[in-house]
Design a protein around this ligand. Structure first.
Ligand code: TYM
Length: 332
């Protein structure tokens, strides 16, 4: 059976981008056609400045949203990264496999390091080594597929390179995983700045639809989305008209259509925005409602996470032991 692993870091409230790029793929394919593990990757949230109380709150919220989005703990393993120490055990071997140059070339490192530097905070060393931990997350489970949004493609490609290199040097140890992206909305853009990704840790919320936004708030954000001044009707052109293309992508992802074909059905931006707002509100309504019910019973979410961590540990431990042995460390 195909093994799937993916994760979300609790650095902010989850967005429509996280949902369309990742979580929805997990719910639709992941848990029925494969053996899947989905993880609140909390250690990754420590790579940039953070507030401990907020991290705890967001970690619980992300786990609750996994369930609210329809991930069924009877069919997949839901857990918190820091509860399974195999991730950090294996991360060190990944740091001994990756090179400094390779990690410095990562786009997210360059962007986030520049931001941390500009704000006067130092750049945490863990921001540089982050992809080694991410590779460990994936390789510890003999993962075949990693369903993520476009922005994580480079990290998964590095993971593949590290797996291949380790196998060549020390003998076959790891399954080499492949990335899977959604067919549309692999990169949902900010509604106010459609040349930037919709990101959960951005400062301004105006261009970001959060999974838990009320319907009225979602509608307002979509109706105020920046479009382009192009005339001649609605057309799907990601380079020349990124704002409209983003709305068409979101509509296509919500309704199952094709973004370029959907464009033909509109004369103006107003009608398009109204339909996008309605589609997003209806898509997220059940998630928000289930989240409210689940949040009222935190003990149940904790029980799911405890059981998930035990299952994850049992899967990861033999793989990590195998890697320790292959690299030349004595068994304890
Ligand atoms: P993170 O927490 O930034 O994002 C979680 C998932 O959401 C996707 N995503 C998007 N997809 C489409 N449009 C967007 N605007 C958008 N924003 C985010 C991301 O691609 C991702 O799939 N490093 C990872 C977390 C991680 C991980 C892993 C993922 C750690 N270990 C192992 C997979 C496997 C991250 O920061 O994702």
């Amino acid at each position: 059976m195909t093994r799937i692993f993916s994760g979300i870091k609790p650095t902010g409230h989850l967005t429509l981008g996280n949902y369309l790029g990742a979580v929805r793929q997990w719910v639709e394919a992941g848990q029925y056609e494969a053996e899947s593990l989905f993880c609140v990757v909390d250690l990754h949230a420590l790579t940039v400045e953070h507030d401990p109380a907020r991290l705890r709150r967001l970690s619980r919220q992300v786990a609750t949203l996994f369930l609210a989005s329809g991930l069924d703990p009877e069919r997949c393993t839901l857990f918190v990264q820091s509860h399974v120490s195999e991730h950090t055990r294996l991360a060190y071997l990944m740091e001994c496999t990756a090179t400094d140059g390779e990690l410095r070339r990562m786009i997210q490192y360059k962007e986030k390091a520049a931001k941390a530097q500009a704000s006067g905070d130092g750049v945490r060393l863990s921001l540089l080594t982050y992809p080694a931990l991410m590779a460990a997350d994936i390789l510890a489970y003999d993962t075949d597929e990693v369903p993520v949004g476009e922005d994580q493609r480079q990290h998964v490609e590095l993971t593949r390179d590290l797996a291949v290199r380790f196998n060549q040097r020390y003998g076959h140890t790891f399954t080499v995983p492949k990335v899977t992206l959604p067919t549309v909305a692999a990169r949902v853009m900010d509604l106010q700045d459609p040349r930037s990704k919709m990101g959960k840790s951005h400062d301004s919320a105006a261009g970001i639809v959060y999974l838990l936004d009320e319907p009225g708030v979602i509608t307002k954000k979509v109706m105020r989305a920046v479009t382009d001044s192009g005339d001649g009707g609605v057309a799907y052109d990601r380079d020349a008209r990124p704002g409209v293309a983003n709305l068409l992508d979101v509509l296509a992802a919500c309704t199952g259509g094709d973004p370029a074909a959907l464009a033909d059905g509109y004369q103006g931006y107003g009608a398009l925005k109204r339909d996008v707002a309605e589609a997003v509100v209806e898509l997220l309504r059940p998630v928000r409602e289930r989240h409210a019910a689940l949040a009222a019973d935190p003990a149940e979410v904790e029980r799911v996470l405890r059981a998930g961590a035990a299952r994850a540990r049992a899967l990861a431990a033999p793989v990590v032991d195998r890697a320790y042995e292959a690299i030349g460390l004595l068994a304890p």
